[in-house]
Design a protein around this ligand. Structure first.
Ligand code: FES
Length: 113
């Protein structure tokens, strides 16, 4: 069976993490995740993931996920777990949860706040 440059023989990841990096102008009617620090958070999470040796988990920037008022928006597939991240989250703990496939319920996106 043919493999790609990383030795994979099939597409896909065990978990795929998208963190919104969208930015809107200052006078926009909706907020945007980049202005809340999403790209810095993404960079820190990716660095921690590399250090933590996360395998089969892809973490990347997304465009607007359309939950802007509840950002920093993050979704993890295949379960479709939605998070509302803050720049000051415990990144080590977030990475551990990704690694173990567990969910930190304190970070889940909610609409009752
Ligand atoms: S700007 Fe991040 S979800 Fe829309």
């Amino acid at each position: 069976m043919p493999k790609d440059l990383k030795g994979r023989d099939a597409p896909g990841y065990g978990r795929h993490v998208f963190i919104c990096g969208h930015e809107r102008p200052d006078d926009a009617s909706r907020p945007s995740c980049k202005k809340r620090g999403s790209l810095e958070l993404l960079a820190n999470i990716k660095a921690a993931a590399r250090e933590g040796g996360l395998e089969d988990i892809r973490i990347q920037k997304s465009g607007c996920l359309d939950f802007c008022e509840n950002g920093i928006a993050c979704v993890v597939y295949p379960r479709g777990t939605w998070y509302r991240l803050q720049p000051e989250i415990n990144i080590k703990s977030f990475i551990e949860n990704l690694k173990n496939g567990t969910i930190d319920s304190s970070l889940l996106m909610r609409f009752d706040e």
